[in-house]
Design a protein around this ligand. Structure first.
Ligand code: NAD
Ligand code: LMR
Length: 333
């Protein structure tokens, strides 16, 4: 058997982690032959809850789970970590925009960036989930200068899954029949869910989603708005932010990053912009990416961008650029 991977989950006493940990520990992310050491980080007041989570993880008696280490000490928790799922942060409540969270959460990610820089394995892979996820990932990357910037990503897979599920429901097909929905930009209400490259298997034939749906008005308006506002709709209904679907999306994101996706398929991840599609370099912007079995990825280049898409891609870039400047001033003050 392989050496165990050291996987850190922050916010481990919270609601997303409660849906996430079992899935990670039973092999849904790294496969059935990869043993795991789970490090669970939360803050001191949550230590009692964290201990309960540790008991439950033990009681699952999972074959791949070699050790569970609870921690309320950031520097210790990041030591020698291979993969970090940074969930811990304050969640958005009803009526709050993600920007409202920025001042509260961005400092957490400055401190985690420093811990990553000094403690973690140099090839650590990081996915940031805590909101505002893209900008938190930007700050984390900035304060971890010894790590390859490409190893910092933020979660937009939940948005991709939401887009895919909306299309599948509209067409009455299974979710797995819909491929290559793209999320551009920020994990916020300015994101642009784009179906111009998406395809669907329908009646034994693979065809463009636009051709299958035959309703551009729905695709250009209601569909986009539904996906953009889905997080807020869940909060309104549950009085809590999405957790089960967020955990599933984290599993999808890291599994596909770790293992690669088949040729011709791509997934959306918020990653440091290399200037592709004229997006400001360095911003953590969601692009379609092709992941490879060596745990790397590349931004899918050369997709045709029409005027409608360009406008939406620029609007979400503008929001990210503003968030970045706000975050930098919070961190530098
Ligand atoms: N990117 C996405 O798609 C997406 C989806 C859903 C939720 N979220 C975000 O994920 C985050 C977590 O959501 P949740 O519902 O699990 O929240 P939650 O309040 O249930 O849990 C958050 C946990 O993080 C802990 N925490 C706070 N500061 C910490 C720190 N410095 N170090 C370690 N742990 C810390 C808290 O004590 C708490 O246990 C929120 O910011 C939420 O907005 C993102
Ligand atoms: O919108 C939120 O703050 C919650 C979360 O990011 C979501 O998309 O469900």
């Amino acid at each position: 058997m392989a050496e165990p991977l050291r996987v850190l989950v922050t916010g481990a006493a919270g609601q997303i982690a409660y849906s996430l940990l079992y899935s990670v520990a039973k092999g849904d992310v790294f496969g059935p032959n990869q043993p795991i050491i789970l490090v669970l980080l939360d803050i001191q007041p949550m230590l009692g809850v964290l201990e309960g989570v540790v008991m439950e993880m033990m009681d699952c008696a999972l074959p791949l789970l070699k050790e569970v280490i609870p921690s309320v000490n950031e520097m210790e928790a990041f030591k020698d970590v291979d993969v970090a799922m940074l969930v811990g942060a304050m969640p958005r409540r009803e009526g709050m925009e993600r920007k409202d969270l920025l001042a509260a959460n961005v400092k957490i990610f400055k401190s985690m960036g420093h811990a990553i820089d000094t403690q973690a394995k140099k090839n650590i892979k990081v996915v940031v989930v805590g909101n505002p996820a893209n900008t938190n990932a930007y700050i984390c990357k900035k304060y971890a200068p010894s790590i390859n910037p490409a190893n910092f990503t933020a979660l937009t897979r939940l948005d991709q899954n939401r887009a895919q599920a909306q299309i599948a429901a509209k067409l009455g097909v299974s979710n797995s029949s819909v491929k290559n929905c793209v999320i551009w930009g920020n994990h916020s209400s300015t994101q642009y869910p784009d179906v111009n490259q998406a395809v669907v298997d329908l009646n034994g034939k693979t065809m463009p989603v636009r051709e299958a749906v035959k309703d551009d008005n729905w695709l250009n308006n209601e569909f986009i708005k539904t996906v953009q506002q889905r997080g807020a709709a869940v909060i309104k209904a549950r009085k809590l932010s999405s957790a089960m679907s967020a955990a599933k999306a984290i599993v999808d994101h890291v599994r596909d990053w770790w293992n690669g996706v088949p040729d011709g398929t791509y997934v959306s991840m918020a990653v440091p912009s290399d200037g592709s599609y004229n997006i400001e370099e360095g911003l953590i912007y969601s692009f379609p990416v092709r992941t490879k079995p060596d745990h790397t990825y590349e931004i899918v280049k050369g997709l045709t961008i029409n005027d409608f898409s360009r406008e939406k891609m620029d609007a979400t870039e503008k929001e990210l650029s503003e968030e970045k400047n706000m975050a930098l001033s919070v961190c530098e003050s």
